[in-house]
Design a binder for this molecule. Structure first.
Ligand code: COI
Length: 364
């Protein structure tokens, strides 16, 4: 039987949809105690009652995921690769000494959170990234402890919000944004928690991001902490580039940084698969920042669930002599042709307008 179709809420101002939090019907949660997960609970208020000494609050045992649901032309809603987010959440849980969230429980939670909020999934758009329902699974240590221990209680919850574009650049034309390298802060230590989607990886970046915004940059880029010469990722998303070709007729090459300190983006993984399916080369290797400086890339983009595919039109950095320099990418304005091709394929698959690999779309 086909799932129930619930139309987008007529009270919502869909054309004004922004990257923001909107009230919804509620969220779903599960509590882990005495060695196992309890039953699903539904809450129609967006608050969690927590002890003031919860390990998640005091010692930062908290991690999250981000995935999206899209409305297809027939009104049905599909989730994009939730199984990948389930695996990544458990990678984070293990790193932060929290219990595994079984895949079936994760999928049930995501399904319930979206299915009970179907009216908050935006109308179908041919480019899915211009309107989706963002799903935020979160795992936090809610046990109360004073000592530095993992605790005895954990809460897994999933909430949703209708979502517009993070950098205002998703959709058909895609103007680029300006990026700046964070030169005075190391995001993730070697052998540290860079691959973990822990809340604690994001808070230290806030002031550098705010400084960059005040200076006119939309997005901040991090280099590796050990040598500060290799590209890691943006504060919000992964880095992907298209290599400059020697001859017009050469196949495009998508380059993705190999680093032990970056979050493994489901979007980046999907884009590498899409690139291969288009017959492009995919080069997963360390990327020296010097390659950007030397003009080695025709196109650069930020990619992630929230960022979707955001074209980067310039990258500003501090040179060794302390002077600032700006590298212009492509035409210095809009997304290049390969970025647009990836954007159309990814968002087309998500919106159900382009046939994608089996197993990428799940019923909500
Ligand atoms: C996501 O893409 O889901 C994220 O978690 C990015 C967030 C930092 C805005």
């Amino acid at each position: 039987m086909a799932p129930q179709v619930v139309a987008p809420s007529a009270e919502f101002d869909w054309p004004k949809l922004a990257f923001d939090l909107y009230p919804t019907a509620g969220f779903v949660k599960y509590v882990w105690k005495d060695g196992s997960w309890g039953k699903q609970e539904w809450s129609d208020s967006p608050y969690l009652n927590m002890h003031i000494s919860a390990v998640g609050i005091q010692y930062g045992a908290s991690c999250f995921e981000g995935l999206k649901a899209f409305r297809h032309e027939d009104g049905q809603v599909k989730l994009f690769r939730p199984d990948e987010n389930s695996a990544r959440l458990n990678h984070s849980a293990a790193a932060l000494s929290m219990p595994e969230v079984p895949k079936d429980l994760f999928l049930e939670a995501v399904h319930t959170a979206v299915a009970r909020n179907l009216q908050f999934v935006p109308p179908h758009a041919p480019y899915g990234a211009s309107g989706s329902c963002y799903v935020r699974p979160t795992l936090i240590a809610t046990g109360a402890e004073l000592g530095l221990v993992a605790g005895r209680e954990f809460t897994f919850f999933v909430y949703v919000t209708p979502l517009g574009s993070l950098y205002g650049s998703a959709g058909g034309k895609a103007p680029g944004v300006d990026a700046v390298v964070v030169h005075d802060f190391d995001r993730a230590a070697p052998m540290g928690t860079g691959t973990v989607k822990a809340g604690g990886n994001y808070a230290p970046v806030l002031k550098y991001q705010a400084r960059a915004k005040a200076q006119g940059y939309a997005i901040t880029l991090h280099l590796d902490s050990k040598t500060r010469t290799q590209i890691d990722e943006f504060s919000t998303s992964n880095f992907i580039a298209i290599k400059k070709r020697d001859h017009e007729s050469d196949k495009p090459t998508l380059v993705y940084p190999k680093s032990e300190s970056i979050l493994k983006s489901v979007t980046a993984k999907s884009l590498m698969d899409i690139a291969r399916s288009l017959g492009w080369n995919v080069d997963h290797r360390p990327i020296a920042f010097q390659e950007v400086v030397d003009g080695g890339f025709e196109e650069v983009m930020a990619c992630g669930t929230a960022a979707a595919i955001t074209p980067i039109r310039s990258i500003t950095y501090l040179k060794d002599d302390g002077e600032q320099a700006k590298v212009s990418i492509g035409d210095g304005q809009n997304a290049g042709p390969r970025t647009l091709e990836l954007l159309q394929n990814l968002t087309g698959i998500q919106a159900g307008n382009v046939e994608g690999p089996a197993g990428w779309l799940w019923p909500a």
